[in-house]
Design a protein around this ligand. Structure first.
Ligand SMILES: Cc1cc2nc3c(=O)[nH]c(=O)nc-3n(C[C@H](O)[C@H](O)[C@H](O)COP(=O)(O)OP(=O)(O)OC[C@H]3O[C@@H](n4cnc5c(N)ncnc54)[C@H](O)[C@@H]3O)c2cc1C
Length: 362
């Protein structure tokens, strides 16, 4: 394995930030990892664990070693009448895994097609899309803990998955590497998560997209194709722009606060904190003022005119007000300054704190 010195990280993050890493190496096996961890040269050095770099913002040169996780492998471990258990290397592309599952007619991840990045990154981030969450199917994973110098198995609960976060973004951030992840998928599924829709139907709901693109009875592949159809129109292309998808988490506020904001912001939705889809039937279910609800940050940013607004090399996508984009020449600091302004504007106007979903490396 090769350890490179002073290399640009531009090809390794979807914001295309061109900072330099003092050292950089690709980890293809546990053996590779152990070699680095036992090398006295790197003993005291700062480590950054990197997957596909699709949810990370480097703000300056990285004076340490970047471990780019490439661990491969996709295999079926067990099969029953209804389920399969699969094990996927942390370095595999998440999108490739979804398409492989769908080709086999296994359900549970089809709505999360086209999410960039790796399987390890997806678990660390606790990804979700179109009403489906990785935690619905993730069963367990193996990780290498630097403090214990050994491989450990975590069940789903040990991963402490929370909204767009996990133990790997908190206590074990850059202190462990996810090696492989196991998912329990449903064989030949008949029921699908189709509840997702948008305010004022700016784009089709999942069910509308499905009706447009396929004939019933729908298959898992039909659902995946409907999501591809919607996503391709709704999200900025990383070929064209630097982006990490949604930059901020949707804020959680009390029902009291939500009601105040709804006076100001036309058709402001609220939805359960533990669910990510826009489920119209549940919008008005909350009545106690102290209950917590989630509100769409994009809606607030849209109100302040952020959609399509650029300052220099950084802007917000025309397609989605939560997607901060760059022209691929922006520095990390420029992006950071831009997002600070967005946070400040939302705080001043609505008294709401916007938290980053992206890992900002200072
Ligand atoms: C256009 C676009 C659309 C997107 N759409 C969605 C979406 O619909 N839903 C969604 O949830 N996200 C979405 N994202 C965000 C992003 O794709 C996901 O968060 C993705 O799972 C990140 O994976 P990664 O491998 O790129 O992680 P990275 O960005 O490389 O890393 C993210 C974090 O995970 C840690 N990490 C990475 N790999 C490992 C590992 N093996 N072991 C331990 N820690 C690790 C890193 O240290 C970092 O803290 C989108 C991004 C883009 C650019």
């Amino acid at each position: 394995m090769e350890v490179k010195q002073n290399i640009s990280l531009k090809p390794y993050n979807t914001f295309a930030i061109g900072v330099q890493a003092r050292y950089f190496t690709e980890i293809n096996s546990v053996n590779d990892l152990q070699k680095i961890l036992s090398d006295p040269k790197f003993e005291k050095m700062r480590i950054k664990v990197l997957g596909g770099g699709s949810n990370i913002l480097f703000t300056s040169d990285f004076d340490g070693i970047v471990l780019k996780i490439n661990i491969p492998g996709m295999k079926k471990m067990e099969e029953t009448d209804q389920h399969v258990l699969v094990e996927i290397g942390a370095g595999e592309s998440w999108d490739k895994f979804v398409r492989w599952a769908v080709e086999n007619n296994w359900g549970g991840v089809e709505n999360m097609v086209m999410i960039p990045g790796t399987v390890g990154g997806a678990a660390a981030q606790n990804i979700a899309a179109y009403g489906q969450n990785i935690s619905d199917t993730l069963e367990s994973l193996d990780l290498y803990r630097f403090d214990q110098d050994k491989i450990v198995t975590f069940q789903k609960d040990d991963c402490k998955l929370t909204y767009r976060s996990s133990i790997f973004k908190r206590e074990l951030k850059d202190k462990a590497v996810i090696l492989r992840v196991r998912f329990r998928l449903q064989k030949s599924p008949k029921e699908f998560e189709l509840d997702y829709h948008e305010r004022k139907a700016r784009y089709e709901s999942t069910i509308e997209a499905l009706e447009k693109t396929a004939e019933p009875p729908y298959s898992v592949k039909d659902v995946m194709n409907a999501i591809i159809y919607t996503r391709s129109r709704r999200l900025p292309s990383v070929d064209e722009y630097g982006s990490c998808g949604s930059f901020f988490k949707n804020p959680v506020v009390t029902v009291k606060k939500y009601k105040e904001l709804a006076q100001e912001v036309d058709e402001l939705q609220s939805y359960p904190v533990d669910k990510l889809q826009y489920s119209r039937k549940e919008w008005d279910k909350f009545d106690k003022d102290e209950d917590l609800v989630k509100i769409p940050a994009a809606r607030l940013l849209d109100e302040l005119g952020y959609r399509g607004k650029w300052t220099g090399n950084v802007g917000v996508s025309e397609k989605h007000a939560l997607c901060v984009v760059t022209n691929k020449t922006a520095s990390g600091q420029e992006v950071r300054d831009y997002i600070k302004r967005m946070q400040q504007d939302i705080k001043n106007e609505y008294g709401v704190k916007l938290e980053s979903e992206v890992d900002i490396v200072l």
